[in-house]
Ligand binder design. Sequence first.
Ligand code: GLA
Length: 390
Amino acid sequence: MTEPADARARVAAFAERHLTGQRSRGLYWAPGRVNLIGDHIDYLGGTVLPMTLDRGTAVLALERDAPGLRIHALDEVDAAPFEVADTALAHGDWRDFVSGLLALNHETTWGPGLDLVVSGDLSGGGLSSSASFTLALALALMDADWLPRIEGTALARYAQRVEVERVGTACGLMDQLAIVHGNSEGAVAINCATAAIEAVPLPLGDRELLLIHCGQERRLADGIYNRRREELAAGLAGLGHPLDAIPDIFAEALPSVFTTTSEGRRVRHVVREQGLVHDARAAAAARDWGRFGAAMTASHASLRDDFEVSVPALDALVGAAVATSGCDGARLTGAGLGGWAVALLAATAREEVIAAVARALGETPDTLRWFIARPGGRVRRLDEGAHRDG
Ligand code: GLA
């Protein structure tokens, strides 16, 4: 069942119904992203290859009669609006992103009364819903004079701090940079050591990128993400290597004592994964999609066997996809441990891939969650000029 993207329509409909007569201060939107290759290397300064999506998080800002900030999170089961009061208080959920955005900047002012209506199309894990949420919210808060204005890479770094310092996930900078610097033509190559960004057009021709959900949700702060980072640090320390860079060696050249321990295998993954990113970039430049797909599938195997962040449902999904003729390759995307996978395939093979994956997951083509990935540009205000300053 293809997933319709309608976050923008949902926030507008809610405001019309429940916040009638309140003047709009702007409609903001941040895309999600699919990482095409290069996972679990951003926090070591690796080069990664994400593409933003044409689905993301919508935030509608409205003037409010009462003072203070109120958030209506339409996708939360507990639908009570969040009245922001004490930004030092930890909630252990999405509200920490809001408090974090306000609390980590010393120049935050308690601005004019504001209602923010929020909804997203990125549920399920792996499409960077949290960075998308944080950045759409940041834009709305900056425009409403609650946050001082920052842009570009500085904004990405600020959003990352919120996640690391307030939410407790020691994430890298890939997602935030992708969402701040994404384009509408294809992917971006991000050097996470220097934050240098290069556009990587994807003239896919008769091929497409298909996103499929494995049926299992995942939460980053569950601890495995941080644990993998610690194991990696231990593996690198064992090699006498600094913790902020990928060793400049071939994965195959690692001493076998390393590759038989789990810390050593974590290191082997990052070395191998970086090589595969370079391979995929060369393949994209040559429009060699067979080679691009092969790099994706090899990356999945490395994330499964050496980094151990796959789950059986993701493996079954990827296995069924790549076994279908017309599919160039597939892999989990993002942190792993459930969520979405991405496949590169001939458009004519779509139906067959969907049927094969559905069978492998014990679903039907009607119950399987999937959509075609299209590049979504970057975080922005959608109604620029329409209602600005009344
Ligand atoms: C999450 C993190 C990113 C990155 C990926 C794995 O999305 O937020 O920084 O580490 O996992 O590549």
